[in-house]
Each structure stands twice: as structure tokens, then as C-alpha cells.
Design a protein around this ligand. Sequence first.
Ligand code: GDD
Ligand code: MN
Length: 382
Amino acid sequence: MSVIQFESHKTSTQAWVAPQLAVIVPSYNERDNVALLYEKVTTALGGIPFEFIVVDDNSPDGTVSVVRELAQQHANVRAIRRIGRRGLSSAVIEGISSTSAPYFAVIDADLQHDEAILPTMLEMAMAGDDIVVGTRYGGEGSVGAGLSKAREAGSRFATLLSGILTGQGLSDPMSGFFLMRRDVFDQIAPSLSDEGFKILLDIIVSADRFHALRGKRLRIGEVPYTFRPRHAGESKMSPIVVVQFLGLIVSKLTRGLLPTSFLLFGLVGGFGVIVHMGTLWLAHERLSLDFVWAQTLATLVAMTFNFVLNNELTYANRKLRGWRYFTGLLTFYAVCSIGALANVSVASWIYAFDGQFYIAGLLGVLMSVVFNYSVTKVFTWR
Ligand code: GDD
Ligand code: MN
């Protein structure tokens, strides 16, 4: 006889039913939204057995404790708490990977997506669509009051760009709301980028290539809905997310040959050159420092600038903080100094038998970007 007595809640004593659908909810500071979303999803899905998986990046507002409380009441609720990492795409990938349900849907926590279309989406997937997208722009869909004018314009422009990339006439490839078969996802998961916001776009591009290799076409369904204003809390969209998105587009155009982080690293390096020249001019011309000192100062300023920006942008998903920020900065200085040496030696070597300064100079710079990127990826943002 068992000595431990459990207080039994209603749902946890019900017979276990295999979930047909996993509802994946990425969350960051959504404590006042998750329970309401769960309620609405439950109502919308009626009798369809589902599990509700919240993937939270250790939100300071304590979203996870709210989800855990909910899970004490309902057997189909689960919380994944990720520590030391940030990122919508990687959270979604992790949530999907944690379920064994044959279908999954991804939906925002803030109630902007209309959960009422979930059953239709599931039906379409069960009838053979590989991916079903909730669209704000097709058919009866609309952005309603959910987006500002500026964001709507940005979103439409991004839609245009990604149309070029996917070659699919999709009305809303930027949607964060979609449903698909898990086995299709499982096949392409290894080729997905875990950076940034645009997981659906990435999935479509990868799945499309995967299917094309097998002589098949991807079947994408669309269900219109009206995008609602955010319920509680604030959006995490930022200029950084936009730049990351552009990086993803270029990265996908090179078929992943150039990772998004490399492109962003190079972009930051480009700004670093401007900062360097600005500082040099200021120190040498205006403050009449000796050239050697001015150049040294400019180098330090530019390296620091690059470190800060790379930490915010390129490695936003594993930002260094506290003590590690400091040690990271030191390793970054060290690596970039070696990179500069490599730059000069390679450039001089090429110059020696080529004699054209710009080719030698450019190859030297390229050399140090590749070197700095690969080494700091391992030592600084490991
Ligand atoms: N785990 C985790 N980590 N979740 C995150 C992170 C993160 O770093 N950043 C955002 N989220 C969660 C939010 O908590 C929310 O549930 C969802 O991802 C969307 O974030 P919002 O901040 O609300 O983004 P948005 O409304 O500006 O844009 C969303 O809607 C658009 C239209 O559907 C995104 O889903 C876009 O991808 C989408 O295009
Ligand atoms: Mn939102």
C-alpha cells in the first residue's frame, strides 16, 4: 500500500489520451497572457486532444511559475524553462522537438493570433497540406489594429523579399502562426537556423528544398484571420530583429554557405572601420595626438565598439553579461589583435607578388574578418 497520498486534480486523474496536436507557445515576459491563451485554445479545440507547451527564456516577470501553476491544474500543460539563451526561433525549435504529437501549431503568447482557426488548420494538414499558415494578408485576413502603419509597411516589404526567396506565392510568409506535420519538421530540423524571429520562412525554404530533392512540391495551405492587438505586455520586435531578418535572407540566398552570424559580424566590422576612421581623425587632427597614439586609440575604440555591437546583434541569442562580459571583451581584444597581424602578413605576402595594393588590402581584411569570426565564435561567444 502506498504511504504517500496525492491530492488528485480532476484532469490529472482522467485517462491519458495521446495528443493529436501540440500547441507550441514561445514566451518572454508573458505572465498575464499565458493562462488566458490556454483557456481560449482549449475552447477553440473542443474535443481535439492537445498538449500546450510554453517555451520560456527564463523571463524576469516569472512567466514560468504561472505556467507551472497552470500545469498543476491541467495534465496537458508543460513548461520548458531555458536559461542563458534568448531567441524566438530557437525556442520554437526546442518546443517542437519536445513533442511526439503528430501535428504541432506555433502561436504567440500575446493573443494576437486568432486561435479559433486552429481546428480548420488541423483539418487541412490532416487532409494533406504539409504546412498551414495563418495569414493576415490573404482572403478575409487583415492586420486590423494589430500593427502600426510603419510596421505594416515593413511587414509587407519583408513579405515581398521572402517571396523572392521562397518562390512561393504565399500571402504571409512572415506569420508567426502556423501548423504542420511533425515528421516534415523532423526531416528538416537539422538545416534550420536558430537565429532570429522568422522561423516559418526558414522552415518553408528548407522544406521546399527537401521536397524538391525528392521531386515533390511542398503543399502549403493558408487560413485567413484578423491580427489582434497584443493583450498584455510589450512586443519584443526591434531594429535588431529586422537586421537579423535581412541577414537570414542573404544567408538563405547563399544556401546557408554564409551563416547569418557571419554576415552580421562582417556588417558590424564595416561599421567598426567607420568608427575607427572617425576616432583617428578626431584624435590626430583635432586633438593633435601623435599618429601612433591616435591609431592605437582608434583601434581600441573600434574593437570595443565591435564587441558591444556583436554582443547585441550577432550574438543576441547568447549575450554575454556580468563577469563574462568582461572576460569576453578581453578575449575579443586578444583575438582581434592576432587577426590584425594575420591581416597585415597576408596582405604583405600577396602584395609582394601581386603589387596591387587594393587587392592585397581587401584580401587582408577578408582574412581578418574570417579569422576573427571563427575564433571569437569559439572563444568569446562559446
Ligand atoms: N522564448 C522566447 N524567447 N520567446 C520570445 C522571444 C525570445 O527571445 N522573443 C519573443 N518571444 C515570444 C513572445 O513572448 C511572443 O509570444 C511571441 O514570441 C511573439 O513576440 P512579439 O514580441 O509579440 O512579436 P510581434 O508581435 O512583434 O511579432 C509577432 O507576430 C508577427 C505576426 O504574426 C511574431 O510572431 C512575428 O514573427 C510575426 O511576424
Ligand atoms: Mn506580438
